[in-house]
Every structure is written in structure tokens, then in C-alpha cells.
Design a protein around this ligand. Sequence first.
Ligand code: GDP
Length: 835
Amino acid sequence: MSDTDGKKTLGLRSGSQPGHVKQSFSHGRTKSVVVETKRKRVVVPKPGEGKGGSGSGRVTGDPSRRPAGISDAELERRIQALQIAKAREAEDAARRKAEEEARAKERERRRAELEAKEREEREHQEALKAKAEEEARRAREAEEAARKSAAAADPTNAAAAQPLAEDGRGGSKPGSGSRRADREAEERRNADNKGSKGAREASGRRSGKLTLSQALNGEGGRQRSMAQMKRKQERQRQKMMGKQDREKQVREVQLPETIVVQELANRMAERVGAVVKSLMNMGMMVTQNEAIDADTAELIIEEFGHKTVRVSDADVEQVIDTVEDKPEDMEPRPPVITIMGHVDHGKTSLLDAIRNTSVVSGEAGGITQHIGAYQVTTDSGSVLTFLDTPGHAAFTSMRARGAQVTDIVVLVVAADDSVMPQTVEAINHAKAANVPMIVAINKCDKPGANPDKVRTSLLQHEIVVEKLSGDVQDVEVSAITGKGLDQLLEAIALQAEILELKANPNRAAEGAVIEAQLDVGRGPVATVLVQKGTLHQGDIFVVGEQWGKVRAMENDRGERVKEAGPSVPVEVLGLNGTPEAGDVLNVVETEAQAREIASYREQAAKDKRAAAGAATTLEQLMAKAKADKSVSELPIVVKADVQGSAEAIVQSMEKIGNDEVRVRVLHYGVGAITESDIGLAEASGAPVIGFNVRANASARNAANQKGVEIRYYSVIYDLVDDVKAAASGLLSNEIRENFIGYAEIREVFKVTGVGKVAGCLITEGVARRSAGVRLLRDNVVIHEGTLKTLKRFKDEVAEVPSGQECGMAFENYEDIRAGDVIELFTREEVVRELN
Ligand code: GDP
């Protein structure tokens, strides 16, 4: 075989490449040299030539070219190895080439695919566009037709439609002009589109493919496009009417009698902005934090396409957690104790003595704060909470407001005085409230003390003390010497144990207001006795008609605390107004809820007062009094600086009157006179009495507008005398006060020889040297007196007009601060007239 191969190759070589024959080589083997040259070409994978190569193997064995020392066998082996390597190389190259080709093919295929896809997409788009245009044209035609028929039916309409026609070519084709205009517009649009998509359109048409959209665009799609068109028109009409066109969930909106806008939006799951906007469209300018009435809210709810579910007013209070606590959650809590008894039997002394025993030596110098309640720890480790307001007035007023705070009553009876009228009253109150009692027989240190007399006297009132084999504990004490105090505390602790007082500390807090006042500088503060749960700093709460967020809390030792559990009294800061003693505090989840409840309660209280007042406005009363000369009433609204004076005023007011005339206090409260007070007074034709407080600016304006009289007093007797005189119709001439100006203190200087001088700006009216002055801090009167000096640039002057600066100093008064306001007034005698 190698022979035939060899011959064939030789023949070929000699014929094809004679120039490569090297004749100088040894005879007979010359041609094989040529074959060797050829052998290189064997690399090309051609089987015939490869074989030729193998034939040339022998030729290479030319001993003249062979390196020295290599045998024939070795040479053969090497040649073979070389050939194998070359063949492998050739194979690799072939494979790479094949792979390359395959990849190129794949790329080509993908490109083709993408192009096809793009083309399809374009076709689809074009089809859609064409469809939309077709629809638009159809709609226009339909409209035209409708208009035409309407015009034909109603000649007045036809006349109206006629001007639309461009050329007015007779009433039979009233819409032709506009239709042509439409077509022209469409053509223009088409022409515009063509520039960019003409080529694509053409290719689309050429492709001849039937896409889904094209198929839908056919005859079957026509019916659908009409319906779509109608829907579109409907949507547009709704949009024009301001309606929302998106599909929405219809909600049932719980609607109380008033609702804060934000809460309304929440309940409808709509944006607050949208709700405020639609309220504005209705002519109501409200913010998201304001409350609106149910009727308005219902309109809004309907407008947004929801359903209204009217709920009773009181339902807003339902967010307050009223769930009964489970027995396993309950934990023991300290008892709350009130001390009651006859005046001067030593209630205050006893409270102080108990408090002092609890103050450990280290704290002796510490500040003890009277916040209305305090806690003591007995020697045996029991914690007791004492209410710091002795007497049954506080006890009953709290109960009247629904706050049953007291767990145990300590009845103080002086051993030298025995049972007195108020002792009996106290016993009755405790019994009515179903609160257990402990008798503290006080003043046992006194020589004339007779504790047994006290015990026996109590028997008359069904109080059988332990010493007389009864079940009421009795302890002999002395507030002065401190005797028996420990026994008293232990007796209380024992009683508390019997009562098994428990509360769940892990829930939203509930508590009762023990005391509340408007503090200069700190704003409204309230002492709250937590009854259930734990009150935390930052909690949002509603308390009576007020709400707030716990900004800070202080305990009875004046220390800042972050939380207060059951039976712990704390002073709470962060209220929006001053609540009243006995108001219940409830923690709620959101500010909106707190606001809503507070505004509901305020409204309810207002309605109640208005309902009571409406029947007896002054005019009506006067008319009635004139008609039948029977009982007449004088309604008043009272605002005072502290709860105590407000209550004192109310009490003295209620005492005024005889068979013909009575004073009725519509409302009383603590703090500056506000717009709502003016509103109430106006509704009932009542004057507003400010006791050591002033009206704020908006209230002053409202009073001026509505003609409501505001009277300021600093002495209760003056007020009582005035009201008495007014009520009994004895309107005599009186000394009346006229307001002449306000000055704001900008800076306070110390001048030697004069004392503190206030650098002021006259903000209203004038300042007069001779005028009476009052110093106001946060609209509360702090001082009343006369001026020592009134200076303008070092000169003493008689008067300083509004807008100018001056220096003022008070006679015998130094506590002035920047930011205070000086009120200036004169007194004059006027003929008295009540409203
Ligand atoms: P309240 O009106 O019940 O609060 O009685 P007070 O605490 O104001 O006390 C009236 C008067 O009784 C005061 O002068 C006290 O000093 C005095 N007093 C109170 N407790 C005792 C006591 O245990 N012994 C004596 N000797 N005097 C007392």
C-alpha cells in the first residue's frame, strides 16, 4: 500500500512542482525530497494527500539529513510522533472552525428572531393605532348622527347647531361642516404619523403575518369598540362632573355626630387632601384637624361613593379600652386613703404627720411637693397612697363625677371634742360610697382627751369599733406627738389586705384627676391618680373635655418619672387645657381619637349647658319676670385663676338670691377667658366674670363683636356684691373700671434707688401715670396696684401713647419679668346697668 501511495505521490509531485526538485540530492532519491516539501501540505485534511505524507516518511529517512547518532527506528518513531502531533493540530483547527461557524449561525438566527419580534411589535402598535383612529372616527360619526337626528326632531336645536356648520349648507346637513373639519384633522394626524412610521407600516403590510391584534381589529372587533367608546364618553362626563373614574371599594363609614376631618378620611380610606378639597368645594374652610358635623360628613361620604353608618355620639368613646381585666392579670396595688372628719379635729395635721414619718432622714431636706396626693411606706413595707385634700367636699365632688378613687376612709375624731356634725356627714359619705372606715382618735396627747367617749358616741351612728367588739378598727393617735401613727398605718395596711385591692398594670392607663391648675410657665398641669394600667411618658390620653400627650411626669417628691402604675399619683404635663378634679383620664391610641372624644365631650357639655341656658336667656327671663313677676335668673359664666377660687365663687353665687331672683352659673373653669366662654355667654345672654384672669385676644375680639360683657374681679366680695346688686335689681351707681391700655414688658432693669423698672412697649391704648395697674402673666393677674414711675427717656411723664416705649415701676412690687403684660385701667363712677 505504501508503494502505490508512494508512486502516486511521486508522479504528482514531479508533474506539479518541478522547480522544487533539488537535483543536487543523491540519485534515485531526489524526488523524495520533493515529496517531503509536499508532505507539509498534508496538514490540509485531505485524506489522499495525508496518505501521500505517510509515503514520504521513508524519504525523510535520508541518512545525509539525519542528525548524528539517531537510528532508523528512532527516526521512524520521531517522524510518527511528529505526524500524530500535526494531525491533532489539524483536528483542533478543524473543530475550532466548525464551532466558530456554528456560533455565527446561532447569532444569525437570533438576530433574525429579534427582527421578527420587533416587526411583530410594530405591527401590533400600528394595528392598535389604526383601530383607535377608526373608533374615534366612528364615534364622531355616531355623534354627528345623533346630533343630526336631534336637530331634525327639534328645530330650535337645529338652529343652534347650524352655526357650527362651516358653510351652512342648509338645515338638512347641519353637522357636515364640522364632520369635514374632523376628517381633515384626522388626515393631518395621519400625515404626521406617516413620516415616522410609514416605513414600518409598509413592512408590516408586506410581512403578511396575522397578529392577534390584527385579528381582533377585524369585523368581530367593531361591536366592542362601540361599547368601549361609550364607556370612554361616560368616563369623560364623570370626570367633567368632578367624579373619580377609577373603580373603588365602597366602604361602610361609621359616622358619629361630629368627626375630625382626618379621621373621616381615614375611615373612607381617602386622602385627607381630597376630603379637605371637597369640603372647600362645599364652602367649608376647615383643616384636617377640625371636626365637622355629621350631616356635612355624610355629604362627603356620599360624594366619595361610600356608605354612611350613623352611630350614636357616645360611640366615639368606644375606642377607650373598657375590657374587663382577667383575674390572672391582676396584681396587688396600694390602697388609696382619704382623711375625713370635723373641722379642726386635726385632718391636715395628721396628713402632715404621716407624710413626715415617711420622709427618711436623707430626704429631710428634699422638696416635698403638694400635688394633691402622696405615698408612704410603712415599717412593714406596705405602700399607702394618701389623698392630700382633706374634707368630704373633695371626696363627694370626685364621686359626683364618677371617680371612685378612695378605698379606705380614715375618720378623724378629736378625743377632746368627740363626734361633731361634720363627723356624721363624713360617716354618711363613706357609707354611701361603700368605703370601709378606720377611726383615728386624735389629740390623745391632750389632757382632756377622752377616747372612750368618742367610741361610744360613734355607736349612735352604727359604727362599732374593735375595742367595743365591733369590726371597725380604731387607733388612738396624736398628730402633734406622733403617737400611734405607726399603728394607724398598720391598721390601714391590714384593712387594705382584707380588701385585696388589685389592678392590672399591663394595660392602657386609666386614672382620675385629683387636682388641676393652670400653672404659670408650665401650662395646664393635673395630678392624676392612676387606677388601672400604667401611664407612660408619651402616652396620648383624653381627660374629661381635654386631651393631651404626657410630656413629663413628676411624683410627689418632685422627681421626674417615666411611668406610673396603679395607685401612683403623678403630676402630668402636656395637657391642651385644664381638666377638672374628678375627671377620668383614659389613654387612647391616636391623637385623632383623643381629639375626637374630647371635642365630642366638649360639644355634649356645651349642648347641655346651651339646652339649659336656651330656655332662660336674660331677655326671656326678663320678659317672663315682667309677665308674671315670678322667679328670675341671672346667668353668668365664671373663669378663675385656680380651681379653689372658681368653686368658692360658684358657691357664693349660688347662695345669692331670694324668691324672685337667682344666679345661675352656666359654666365655670380655670384659666384665661376664651372664645368658647364668650360663645356660651352670648348664647345665654350672660356676662363673663373673670376672677384674676383675663380674656385672651381672640376672646376680647369676640366679646366686642357679640356684645358680651366681661367683668374682671380680684376680690370675691366685690364680685358677690356686684352680682347681688345686679341680681336683686338694685342697680345703683357704682365705681366702674375702664380699661385704658396694655403695655408689654420687653426688658427689666435694676435702677438703684428705684428698684426694678420695666422697659415696656405700649401695645394698646395709653399708659397713664395716675392709672391703676395690674401685672398679667399668661393672662393671669399676679399683682394689682399703682405705678411708682412712668418715664420716657429719663423724664417723668403723665401719659405715653400706643406704639411708644416707656419705663414703668410698680409701687411696692418687684416681681416683674420680660414677657409680662401690664394692664392699665381707671375707675369712674357710672350709673349701673346690667347687660
Ligand atoms: P383640720 O381642720 O381637721 O385640718 O385640723 P388641723 O389639722 O388644722 O388642726 C386643727 C388644730 O388642732 C391645729 O391647731 C393643730 O395644731 C391642732 N392639732 C391637730 N392634731 C393635734 C394633736 O394630735 N394634738 C394636739 N394637741 N393638737 C392637735
